[in-house]
Design a protein around this ligand. Structure first.
Ligand code: MTE
Length: 390
């Protein structure tokens, strides 16, 4: 262009003046130009915000770590900012020495730091019957991934001495008004479960359970009990309200599946995704996230023609177990309508199903565990929208 770009030719103010001093924001905050990237509530989804969910804006994130301020929230009875000096954590039930721990007691113990995804079992729930939501934030945003730090539950159970002959399960209980209680098998409890106080290098945020939450890798979010106050060791599942009445899967024959904990292998393209618009033909990097509650993601295939042809995407490192994996693949858009899909395969060989395959087994009346392949339609105008392809 003859006149040249004023963004280059006119020396901007920030090149001519003194910038702001250090610690202007002692904690730090995003640029004012990124103010649109926020957790959002789905209008009309729930009646009160204290028993609701805010969704992570997956369309605006890079890599695999969710910034703590954008980590989705799901509360049954609101969140609290609990004084850690008054918080107590108890282990009781089938143990030789029932114990009460303070936060100081716990934080002296040998800790581990692990990166894991957390996905609410209800993620993608609205899409069982038909297309329902306008963007990946609402279709898949009950998903986040963080580094968690805490003491392995196995260390604490060892400290209390479990009754190895009788113990089969543990019950985790939260300190909020919802009395969130979930049964977890002893095998899992002794495997990779963490009693965590930190997320992404700092103490947990209040919304995420400060000062203590359970981290149950690969398992639906509801078992990641926040404001954790008690673990009881027992000999059979407790059938609490949050596992007997809620968080059960309605099947086509009228029966319900209970104790469906694992988040099966799933993936979604985050860019381009519904609500976005392509700016003309040519090169685009298709990018997205894949995960499996059973281990590592082995492969992700991407289709731009609604599942007729597939190409294998690049998986970015790190490639961790029960953690998000970022995938990328090149795409040259020729300007004709396209349907973008991703299909993940995990290390067990499990292949993410198509929506009609999932419905054939699970019906359309379910809420939880919808891990179907997601389709985004690109119109000739470049507009991207949510569609279902059978
Ligand atoms: N723990 C307590 N004590 N109370 C709750 O309401 N919600 C559960 C789980 N742990 C909940 C809880 C549900 S349904 C989910 S999906 C996750 O917390 C959400 O965790 P997050 O808010 O950190 O994303």
């Amino acid at each position: 262009g003859g006149a040249g770009d004023p963004n280059i030719l006119v020396l901007p103010e920030h090149s001519r003046t003194l910038g702001k001093p250090v610690a202007t924001h002692p904690y730090g905050q995003p640029s004012q130009y990124e103010a649109n990237l926020q957790r959002r509530e789905s209008p009309g989804l729930t009646r009160v915000g204290a028993a609701s969910v805010s969704f992570t804006p997956l369309q605006g994130l890079f890599g695999i770590i969710t910034p703590s301020g954008l980590h989705f929230e799901r509360h049954h009875q609101g969140w609290h900012d609990i004084d850690p000096s008054k918080h107590r954590f108890m282990i009781n039930g089938l143990v030789k020495n029932p114990k009460v721990y303070t936060m100081d007691d716990l934080m002296r113990m040998p800790s581990v730091s692990r990166m894991h995804f957390i996905e609410c079992g209800a993620n993608t729930a609205m899409e069982w019957g038909n297309v329902a939501v306008p963007s990946v934030q609402y279709s898949h945003g009950m998903l986040s991934c963080s580094e968690f730090t805490g003491v392995p539950l196995s260390v604490l159970l060892d400290d209390c001495g479990i009754d190895k002959r009788r113990a089969k399960v543990v019950l985790a209980e939260g300190a909020d008004g919802s009395s969130m209680t979930r049964t977890i098998s002893l095998e899992r409890a002794l495997d990779d479960v963490i009693v965590a106080w930190a997320m992404n290098g700092e103490m947990l945020r209040p919304e995420h359970g400060y000062p203590l939450r359970l981290v149950v890798p690969g398992v639906q979010g509801v078992s990641w009990v926040k404001w954790l106050r008690r673990i009881e060791v027992g000999d059979q599942p407790y059938a609490t309200k949050d596992e007997a009445l809620h968080y059960i899967d309605a099947l086509p024959d009228g029966t319900f599946r209970q104790y469906t904990s694992i988040q099966e292998c799933k993936s979604v393209i985050t860019t381009p995704s519904a609500g976005q618009r392509l700016q003309g033909t040519g090169y685009y990097n298709i990018t997205g996230l894949a995960w499996s509650g059973r281990g590592k993601v082995k492969r992700v295939d991407v289709s731009v023609d609604g599942g007729r042809n597939w190409r294998t995407a690049r998986l970015e490192t790190p490639l961790l177990s029960k953690c998000l994996t970022r995938f990328n693949i090149d795409w040259d858009w020729d300007g004709t309508p396209a349907v973008l899909q991703s299909r993940a395969i995990d290390e067990t060989g499990y292949v993410q199903p198509k929506i009609n395959e999932l419905r054939a087994v699970r019906g359309t009346r379910s809420i939880y565990h919808n891990n179907a392949i997601q389709s985004w339609q690109v119109a000739q105008s470049g507009e991207v929208s949510n569609v279902q392809v059978y």
